[in-house]
Write a protein that binds this ligand. Sequence first.
Ligand code: COA
Ligand code: AMP
Length: 630
Amino acid sequence: MSYARTYEASQLDPARFWAKAAEGIDWFIPYELVLDDTRRPFYRWFSGGVMNTCYNALDRHVAGGRAEQIALIYDSPMTGQVQSITYGELLERVALFAGALRNLGVEKGDRVIIYMPMVPEAVVAMLACARIGAVHSVVFGGFAAKELATRIDDAQPTVIVAASCGLEPGKTVAYKPLLDEAIAISAHGPEACIILQRPELEANLIESRDVTWEQAIEGAEPTECVAVMATDPLYILYTSGTTGVPKGVVRDNGGHAVALNWSMRNVYGVEPGDTFWAASDVGWVVGHSYIVYGPLLAGCTSVLFEGKPVGTPDPGTFWRVIAEHNVKVLFTAPTAFRAIKRDDPTGSYLANYDLSGFKALFLAGERCDPDTLNWASEKLGVPVLDHWWQTETGWAVAGNPLGIELLGVKPGSAGVPIPGYRVDVVDDEGTIVPPGEIGSVVIRLPMPPGTLPTLWNNEAGYESSYLSRYPGYYLTGDAGFKDADGYISIMSRIDDIINVAGHRLSTGGMEEILADHPDVAECAVIGVDDDLKGQVPIGFVVLKSGVNRDHSEIVAELVAAVRERIGPVAAFKQATVVARLPKTRSGKILRSTMQKIAEAQSWSVPATIDDPVILEEIGEALSTIGYPKV
Ligand code: COA
Ligand code: AMP
């Protein structure tokens, strides 16, 4: 069926459309209602259905003849290892680790935090939670102790599973001290921690609390899948909100399994047995959906890559992985391709590898600049397809649904709405704007299965953050436009979120940290364009009167503080001291004008500002740290 007809079918009768997709999932007890709209604006999918996500990702494939097929390929240029794990082996490891979690008191509905690098045990731990109906919450390794502590306090885990260390180029990141510190500063303490000792750096254990991975599985009994309701939570994934407090996005079991399974074939064009590679991290939504759940639900082989696009060891690494493991579809962030293009502009490394099995590249996580998209399509000779989604939606909202129909590619646009989503662009009053006009990008309720049903323990926050701004719509927080053909372009955020190397961060969260510095009276953080990372943060601080310390010392302390409290992933490396911040008469800091000055975009003096000279001062301060870039 064509895209147009499939899309229309999804809009005319969503219940029928998703009931058909639900046939791709094994149910222990069939659902009673496809779409439960009895509590609008809160919708639930497949109410009354009983199933298990791990069963659908592993057991049914093993029972159905895929026991010997590779489920997971762990390819780690960081350790020089490549391991292939079959569906049969993965099931055994998951069932055993599920038994280990049980022995430590984890029951259905309990939370388990997973703070691990890109190792197979991270995937095993996630699936083991799903197996026993526990709710996992994976925390990205690049976050600092404070961020981990916030998540511990919100999720209140029974057990935390962590590794002794992560491996980054040129350094070993000790995870265990960060975990210990996080537990020390959080109000909630887990009953136990399971620590995977990596040979690169073993951790000291706290005897009364910590066990090694080996100790945990020793004597554990393999555990069967526990029946859960389709509407029960599978995981919580924290993501940046507009303050320093992250939002706990909840994912359910049934709708998630149906949507991801459907997306593998229809969005990405892969079939059971194909190899799919999402070059992301299990700590992000892309890793949850397309390293772990999507490929396994669909019976594909998934690649778990512990490395970087460049420097591990060279810009040909991606091509090596594609060729060696016969990857059919790769999914990554544009920043990875900007890094490869920077190090190998002519794509010379491609000549060393046979990419004949490679069929498409999907990009997401940040706006894809047309240059990067065009470079990738020219060098790879396969469709390069941008698509747009967010932690909250769990899978693509707009894109080019290769498995349904390959549509024309418009560089700069993220594509057309994926079946199941009705995307509108509205003005401040909620009126749909004409094609080509920028506005707030919203999704008409109900959103399809797989999207967030709520925020963890915070339904009121879910409603106020996403549903109340435009009744009947979900607010994406993105600004963009739709063209006359229905293609959607995502241009920026309407809030303080920035996107650094595909990582979503809140400048508000950074401002809270700068404001805590004893010498800082007030501050602002903005995101500015960056050739490699898409955006990077820059801080502006006004010092308290009487402070006459060396500015570079203060800036160094601010940089260290953000690294210490958010983590290295924030990439907060630049700040400058200013005499005052530009504000409107009502006291709102003119961040977007500051951003335009930093990016050498044209800007005009806002009518609401008292003293335009302040903007000149901002320009001068920026020039001392090399902005605007030439
Ligand atoms: N554990 C601990 N530290 C981590 C980490 C992890 N899992 N991931 C990143 N970091 C650290 C890095 O070591 C770096 O620290 P530094 O400031 O000491 O150098 C910092 O966090 C920033 O990392 P990163 O954003 O990866 O930047 P980079 O300069 O090291 O690499 C790219 C730049 C473009 C190569 C890299 O961002 C990349 O591979 N991106 C791929 C896209 C991607 O994964 N997107 C995710 C969403 S799809
Ligand atoms: P995250 O929740 O971390 O996946 O980040 C989601 C945000 O990243 C979105 O709300 C957008 O702001 C941005 N984003 C993701 N994909 C795209 C894309 N293809 N084009 C533009 N922005 C994107």
